[in-house]
Design a binder for this molecule. Sequence first.
Ligand SMILES: Nc1nc2c(ncn2[C@@H]2O[C@H](COP(=O)(O)OP(=O)(O)OP(=O)(O)O)[C@@H](O)[C@H]2O)c(=O)[nH]1
Ligand SMILES: [Mg+2]
Length: 375
Amino acid sequence: MPRVPDALEPRAQAAPARPAGARPPVEDFARRLVAGERFALARAITWVESGDRAGAELMRLVYPHTGRAWVVGLTGAPGTGKSTLLAKLAARFAALGRSVGVVAVDPSSPVTGGALLGDRIRWTPPETGDVFFRSLASRGRLGGLSSAAFDAVRLMDAAGREVVIVETVGAGQGEVDVARLAHTTVVALAPGTGDEVQAAKAGIMEIGDLFVVTKADRPGADECVRDVRLQLGLSPEARGRREGFGRAQGPAGEEPTWFPPVVKVSARTGEGLDRLVRLLAEHRAYLEASGRFGRRAALDDVLRMEDEFRRLAFERARRAAERAGAWAEAVERLGRREIDPATAARLAWSGTEPFPQAGSAAGVEGADGRAEGPK
Ligand SMILES: Nc1nc2c(ncn2[C@@H]2O[C@H](COP(=O)(O)OP(=O)(O)OP(=O)(O)O)[C@@H](O)[C@H]2O)c(=O)[nH]1
Ligand SMILES: [Mg+2]
């Protein structure tokens, strides 16, 4: 059996270094943040959340200090018990001497203002241990994680948080995003809610590295575990198959393997928590043994780069279309319902420079976005 990593071994806490000397504010903040100062971290996250330019500047400065944190994503339907579980997990890691960061993406939207569920758990920090909690109200335009959530995770990483746990409500794109950001994705399902069925529909069975059946003190937990196992391709007869970190003979010799475990946990009674923490540590060991730990963060960074590139490309193309008058024309004809939105987009695109185009909405079908010719 593979060795369980030192993520479980207690370790003494290092005191954050005190900064000294006066420098320009953002640089000063960057230094204090990297030294682990909580106030600087809190301020930095506020900057990125509000879109303050200082946030982008700070990110540029502290970025070389990122890439060390273990990012654990926790997702699941509203009211599954994620926050309650997260509080227990954070306390466990903190008790082991780890500095913990928590990013909760609040399901309340700026439109409705309210929380999804009246009884949702408010965060109470553990009595001991180093936990930094931050809740972000903002969500991405398409319901996925906002870039502020990604940035908050990176800032916590730069500030030396060793474990960063991100809670998102499973509502489509959110889970996919959290899996993209996290090294380890935990999917929470509550018994008796038909969550298993929903999960299969939403495709979250594919993203889970671990499945937690929450509220195990309630009836139906065993059935829920069985259903999830069945969906993972673990028939009751195949129960003996090893879940978690294993090794298998691959083309290039023995390779680390991972099969998603299903854990029954009650945050209320504490049942299953030890096993969950042990399996999380096992997944971390698997990530390291397979070289995925470093690669995962790098992949996320390239995707973040793509996001920004997409934004820049959009802005440039839109400005070009506006200059050519094609944007306004497209919007106007769309408003008169002469053309549908897709055709309108092509018409607007036909005005972009420096891409050579035919002047009509119909003539832009072949545009592949490659800049050709002098301009
Ligand atoms: N019986 C029982 N109830 C639980 C357990 N964990 C959470 N709950 C209850 O389930 C409700 C929702 O818990 P939360 O932790 O807020 O769930 P959540 O998934 O974070 O909810 P959202 O963030 O709103 O999606 C609360 O009333 C909790 O008290 C548990 O282990 N057993
Ligand atoms: Mg919650």
